[in-house]
Write a protein that binds this ligand. Structure first.
Ligand code: AMP
Ligand code: ZN
Length: 469
């Protein structure tokens, strides 16, 4: 499989260190709010990567952290602690917020058919481990104490900016443009490993350490959780592109300083989901969630399908119109699968099976080209293979695509066709239009009218359904 490696900035053959086995690490969510569908784009594409690796026979062990402490509102070392901000917003404790949004995150993942990683580790459960590694960095001379905090000394590295061409001067421009300068740092790029002098007196979660009571920096969390669970060599590390700097850059700095050798061979970065007004972000407070998609009548798997239609290394623009197009395409695809459900006593057409399977694998072998993998599903539908062969192929492809293609087609085929009167269909259409225009009051009014005429509108995973009461 060829995969683009952000570290070398080229497509490379993916070769795990140990034949047949892959260690994979994923930066998990900061659980101070719901995951927005931009975050979930990253997790969908990482899920496809993991599932495709498993599909090709690799034994993948995947680990994810849950950031429940230490992530400040700037990805550097300034700003509020995001968790504390969330707790204040909701008048709850940090741990209550963490539990609530961790559960919400995995509920969303389930709806999007995103597999839970083999190990999920909340940062707050690893404090001893962070202290152990920071102590080792101090002993090795890679970390120093200043103003009560422990910093990583980036000047001790031969090359710090591994992903891009930033220089200290570039960073200084950033500082002038408003990022608060921390006078304790010896070098502009240095970053905090352990805070004791927090600007936030109300910081709820604090732990004893050799340097005083405090809490860990965000970057050290991922290095320690990865090394502890996956060992001192990591095959592939995943995350959204915004994490490349400073988060992943800092992870590499501290992990390699600690280990004394290179750490991770491949870096997989998913580009952003944007809206017309820019990157979707949690901190802006304006973001779309899976629940909102459901409230508007979209099966979450339509969003997964929408993501798969474009390449993970391109920015993807979200709009309701784009999502509607994906919905229409998805529904048409399902309707083409329904006729394949018959024909049970057929034999597998081995030649066609191999040919079409190769097409699917070629698409994903080429830097995870998911839109071509979907084209491979259409190639199956168009082929001369018998229904059984087609069904087998689509079932196999769906182990990676995760779109419930066969199940959805079966469910739709089993739904008894009830003749819905034209008047009701017309009202349902009017209601859909009202919803599109966000006139929810009118939509509800039409729904009540439909109900008084003996029919019920139901939002299901397959879309809007009309049933006779
Ligand atoms: P966070 O919960 O903020 O720590 O982010 C979780 C994951 O979502 C990280 O891998 C981010 O890089 C990624 N991410 C954040 N915003 C977006 C976006 N608009 N599109 C895609 N991925 C994103
Ligand atoms: Zn991370």
């Amino acid at each position: 499989m060829q995969i683009y490696n952000s570290l070398t900035r080229k497509k490379e053959e993916f070769v795990p260190r140990e034949t047949g086995k892959v260690s994979m690490y994923t930066c998990g969510p900061t659980v101070y709010h719901y995951a927005h569908i931009g975050n979930l784009r990253s997790y969908i594409m990482e899920d496809i990567l993991e599932k495709y690796m498993r599909f090709t026979g690799l034994d993948v062990k995947r680990v994810m952290n849950i950031t429940d402490v230490g992530h400040l509102t700037s990805d550097g070392d300034t700003g509020d602690d995001k968790m504390l901000k969330g707790a204040k917003r909701e008048h709850k404790t940090v741990m209550e917020i963490a539990k609530y949004y961790t559960d919400a995150f995995f509920a969303d993942c389930t709806k999007l058919n995103i597999k839970t990683p083999d190990a999920v580790v909340p940062a707050t459960s690893y404090i001893d481990e962070f202290i152990r590694v920071i102590s080792a960095l101090m002993e090795k001379g890679y970390a120093y104490e200043a103003g009560g905090n422990i910093y990583f000394d980036t000047s001790k590295l031969e090359k710090y900016y591994v992903f891009n061409d930033f220089t200290e001067e570039d960073l200084a421009v950033g500082v002038r443009e408003g990022v608060e300068e921390d006078g304790n740092k010896r070098n502009k790029a240095d970053f905090v490993l352990w805070f004791t002098k927090s600007k936030f007196d109300s910081q709820e979660l604090k732990w004893e350490s050799p340097w005083g009571t405090g809490y860990p920096g965000w970057h050290i969390e991922c290095s320690c959780i990865s090394m502890k669970n996956l060992g001192e060599y990591l095959d592939i590390h995943c995350g959204g592109i915004d994490n490349a700097f400073p988060h992943h850059t800092n992870e590499i700095a501290q992990s390699e300083a600690y280990l004394g050798h290179e750490w991770c061979n491949y870096w997989f970065h998913v580009h952003h989901l944007n809206t017309n007004s820019g990157k979707m972000s949690k901190s802006s407070g304006e973001f779309l969630t899976v629940s909102l998609l459901e409230e508007k009548g979209y099966n979450p798997l339509i969003y997964r399908f929408f993501c798969l239609q474009s390449h993970y290394r391109k920015n993807l623009v979200f709009s309701w119109e784009n999502l509607d197009n994906a919905k229409t395409t998805f529904e048409k695809l399902i309707s083409k699968i329904i006729p394949l459900l018959s024909g049970t006593d057929e034999q597998l057409d081995k030649n066609e099976y191999d040919r079409l399977m190769n097409g699917f694998r070629e698409a994903l072998d080429n830097d995870l080209n998911t839109s071509l993998a979907i084209t491979a599903v259409y190639d199956v539908l168009k082929s001369s293979a018998n229904n059984f062969t087609k069904r087998e192929l689509i079932g196999e492809f769906d182990k990676v695509l995760g779109l419930d293609l066969i199940e959805t087609a079966k469910k739709l085929a089993e739904t008894p066709a009830v003749e819905i009167p034209a008047e009701i269909l017309e009202l349902a259409e009017q209601r859909n239009n009202a919803r599109k225009e966000k006139n929810f009051a009118l939509a509800d009014e039409i729904r009540n009218k439909i109900s008084s005429l003996g029919y019920e509108i139901k939002e299901t995973r397959q879309g809007t359904e009309i049933i006779k009461k």
